[in-house]
Design a protein around this ligand. Sequence first.
Ligand SMILES: [Zn+2]
Length: 314
Amino acid sequence: MKEFKKDLVIGTDVVGHPIYITKHVIDSEKPGKVVYVQGGIHGGEITLHMIRDIYDYLKKNIKTGKVFFIPFANPFGWGQKSYTYTVGKFNNKTGEDFNRTFGSNSQGNTSVQIAKAIIKECEDEKIDFAVDLHTAHTSFPHTISFSEEDMSFVKQSNIEYNRLCYNSEEYKTTLNYQLTKRGINNFTIECGSHDSIDKTYQKQVVEGVLNVIKNLGICDFEPELERTNQVTFSKSVSYFAECGGIVEFNFDLGERFKKGDVLYTIHPANLEEESHKKIAEFDGVIFRFAKTHIYNAFDEVMRVFRNEDLTPVK
Ligand SMILES: [Zn+2]
């Protein structure tokens, strides 16, 4: 076994420093499958603690093949701060989502060049499987897959919630969609909430990735988590603020609610006006919301699942 790292330099910045991303490799030095684990394409989406767990496990247990990691695929996003908050989802210069730069033929900008360097690595390394780690507002782990071919990998992961996003226009210029287009199996994991470390989610994600890596014959691995009742979904229901105000949430993430329950209350600035209660119109599960109580009218307050939109995985 050997471990090494390599800087992929794509150019220089104004003061002449190199612009680069760092690739880490664990190589069994025996023939086998090749896996790519990516994180940090969006600044503020913390996945390094999970990547380190996967890396450390493979360092001791790799048997065949090779796994390579780029833990911070986008150094620019991580430098964009507003007060204490890292706002690295969109490029401040172009307004573009950092994960909508893949597969472009244009010279573009440094982000497009980084995306090209990543795709080239995936092609040169002839990878068999890739996973791209993200986080989503306040949320719990769920996979996103872009092709039916990837369902067997989703099943192996044992992650409970799984979004199917086949042929979606919205994701055409993401890493995952571009890998799917090249016939490479992959999925995304939304690992939990932005700028947050949750030990339960960490274990679910780390075991999820190692379950897939084990099935590719790269290492042995005995998961500690029991088999989940996996479900897939392709739609969720969004609630938007009917007026501006301070929102008080009545349910926590992942909690189940019944038709008629009050999901949240908006307290408007106008003291003469009654607070608005959002009443659930069906039975469901709280899926995600943003890390704030502060809303303008028409902001998305919450996303939920309708129970009937969750399909058990067979
Ligand atoms: Zn993301």
